[in-house]
Design a protein around this ligand. Structure first.
Ligand code: CMP
Length: 143
């Protein structure tokens, strides 16, 4: 496979999954999917920091509760690398709404509803770069 397809993406294990001690299981799925972890941090976001991350959703009806939720407990942010990593990680997570997620995906296994969907992933190369830079300095990534 061509090196051209090697990408980086940002993954987040959200407060619902972290609080239920599912982080290890989710990291196991990430590694078994062939994605390499090149950065990892445990964080507790402020609502402001969560708001900056989700700025694209500002003004949407779920924005305030999304920030409240994302700042409600610890999270893990991961920088992932691999072939077609952005779409690969999205398919491993499953659909945003756990009710619509495919069997075996993380959101189907561990999400409970759209606002409590266990994990996040970047949706395109441009957003992946912005999102990785939001949480990681270049020297914190270890390919
Ligand atoms: P995520 O992939 O982290 O990106 C934004 C989050 O907002 C999304 O997961 C969901 O948890 C949440 N979200 C997206 N759409 C809706 C919606 N229609 N109602 C409530 N929450 C939503």
């Amino acid at each position: 496979m061509s090196d051209q397809n090697v990408q980086r993406t940002l993954a987040i294990i959200k407060p619902d999954a972290f609080g239920k001690k599912l982080s290890g299981k989710i990291i196991d799925i990430i590694e078994n999917a062939g994605l390499s972890i090149i950065g990892l941090k445990v964080l507790r976001l402020t609502a402001e920091k969560a708001g900056g991350f989700y700025a694209v959703h500002k003004g949407k009806p779920f924005y305030d509760s999304l920030l409240e939720f994302m700042s409600s407990g610890k999270i893990i942010v991961l920088a992932l690398e691999g072939t077609d990593a952005i779409n690969h990680w999205r398919s491993v997570m499953g659909a945003t709404d756990p009710a619509k997620a495919e069997e075996g995906t993380i959101r189907k296994l561990y999400g409970t509803r759209i606002e409590r969907n266990a994990c996040h992933g970047s949706d395109a190369p441009e957003t992946a770069e912005v999102e990785l830079n939001y949480f990681f300095k270049p020297e914190e990534l270890v390919p």
